[in-house]
Design a protein around this ligand. Structure first.
Ligand SMILES: [Cu+2]
Length: 181
């Protein structure tokens, strides 16, 4: 009987000690865990801020050797540099570098003006009908070439990759104008 009571007390003391230790180690490792988890959140946020990085799909490679001119364009979060481009008509290679942290595209709308919208989203059918052409979205750090035989006119440059909040890069400022003379 006494032995049993002693064992029970011993277990209770053991439990209390364990509890105390658990609370203390929770608090102690809690701060280091918080530091670790915020670092992890930071890296996953920058790594997974959007869709997985896409690979460059060059356009007009067969034309590139015959190009009359090359224009360098830098893609940023969320702008084109430069955003105003003027070139004479002819075969033009756009050497496009993505210096942003997410995928970006370079698309052109013949005739200029705003990107057509439908139900709050870019109207892909209307863009196709208007003859829009593009260098599809590609990931950070890549340079991608697109070559087209440009006719005189005004073209809107845009990137309509969508953000998690339903807006597009275009709405955030990723737009510009190409004038072909
Ligand atoms: Cu973009």
């Amino acid at each position: 009987m006494l032995v049993v009571v002693g064992l029970v007390l011993g277990l209770l003391v053991g439990c209390a000690k364990d509890d105390g230790a658990a609370v203390r180690s929770d608090g102690g490792s809690g701060s280091s865990a918080a530091g670790g988890s915020s670092a992890a959140a930071g890296s996953s946020a920058s790594g997974g801020s959007s869709a997985a990085p896409a690979d460059c799909k060059p356009v007009g490679e067969d034309l590139e050797a015959k190009a009359d001119q090359t224009v360098e364009v830098v893609l940023k979060d969320y702008s084109f540099d430069p955003s105003e481009i003027e070139v004479p008509a002819g075969i033009t290679t756009f050497a496009v570098k993505n210096e942003g942290d997410t995928n970006h595209e370079l698309a052109f709308l013949p005739g200029g003006g705003a990107v057509p919208m439908k139900d709050g989203h870019p109207d892909e059918a209307a863009l196709e009908e208007a003859g829009a052409f593009e260098l599809e979205g590609f990931g950070p750090g890549q340079t991608c070439n697109g070559t087209w035989d440009l006719e005189p006119g005004t073209y809107t440059m845009f990137c309509i990759i969508e953000l998690d909040d339903g807006t597009t890069h275009y709405m955030k400022g990723m737009q510009g104008t190409l004038k072909v003379t």
